[in-house]
Ligand binder design. Sequence first.
Ligand code: HAM
Length: 421
Amino acid sequence: MAQAKYTTHQGMNDILPGEVEKWQALERLIHREARKFNFEEIRTPVMEQTELVVRSVGRETDIVSKEIYSFTRGEDNYVLRPEGTAPVVRSYIQHHLDQRGGTQKFYYIGPMFRAERPQKGRLRQFHQFGIEIMGTGNAVADAECIAFMIHIYDVVGIKNTTLKINSIGDPASRDNYKQALTDYFTPLKDKLSEVSRKRLEKNPLRILDSKEAEDRPLVENAPRIADFLNPESKNHFEQVKLLLGELEIPFEEDPLLVRGLDYYTRTAFELISPDLGAQDALAGGGRYDLLAEEIGGPSTPAIGFAAGIERLLLACEELEIDIPGLLADQVDIYIVSLGEEGRKWALKHLPKLRRHGVSATMDYDGRSMKAQMKDANRKNARFAIIVGENELKENRFTFRDMEASEEISLPFDSIVEKVVT
Ligand code: HAM
């Protein structure tokens, strides 16, 4: 086959028929389950103002410093959104959604963009579903947020996961902790990996999630955030753990979990799958109690998470799980029509079938009977209606069960009845 002249960008994939049915099934499942938890869907544009993302995610993060797709057009600065939280918070502030009263519970599904080095489970255009619970600082919201995340994987059938949680406290405790890390790592600088040496200057917290072998023993002995938390953060973390216990959600405390975005305060968590290889984070999230104020809105404690859809699908593939509710790539009826009159009849009767909720198609090109039957097979048609000169004359049509290879002659209305029941 000739090589295509134009192709997708690296790390940005077409989702083709055959694959797209899984996405549709998963999206249906997310919409349905989100409703059960009383989350409302929110859709924001894929482009935002650069400054919003820089202020929210953090100038020194990998996402902003290396991975952002941005451009200017006239006076305006655009970024392709690298994540969904900042846009949702921006929307909440812009539309005064706090004035609807009570806690606001949103969910979203959509594409995100990060110019990372593509590999298995790591793309440049990837898709997330996520939730944001805004307007409450109560640990009950943390528990519900995590419960929803686990619930989705449970319903899909991915049970073998590890929930890691940590508290990264308020900004003051975190600044003290960062100082302690700087004091600890600086004399060891020469033993650190090159990435970590850079992180030491910009954000020593990120050394903690370094995957470099030479960093591991140094990280093991580094000071722990738990010793720097203020009493409120400590107490909040204790409550979250207690509530998870009550919900019978198993978790591991991971003092090295810091997350790669700057807006987090207090609770941070990740869901890990051993079935994914290097990119093993299925989902991640946490509290961001100060973000709304930071970007010019009212003080709004909030928590949320986001999950990678491609990684969820990879885990399904690995575990040989079919997404529940997957619809077969099938059509109910293929009308095989012969001659001009047959084709007219087919075109007129397709809408009648579809009005009855039956999926139906036909050949548009007047191909031979053999070619049309082949096409019906290729499209996995359950039934074929064969419309030739004789059938039209008698007003009875050959109705063929494709799987059983059985045919009977019936009037159109009886065929509809048979397929609908
Ligand atoms: P995040 O940890 O950056 O958090 O991303 C969440 C999930 O998105 C990851 O666990 C992973 O499954 C998926 N993901 C991230 N980057 C890629 C990529 N390049 N390719 C494929 N999948 C990827 C956030 O985005 C936060 N906004 C989560 C949040 C919501 N925190 C509070 N509310």
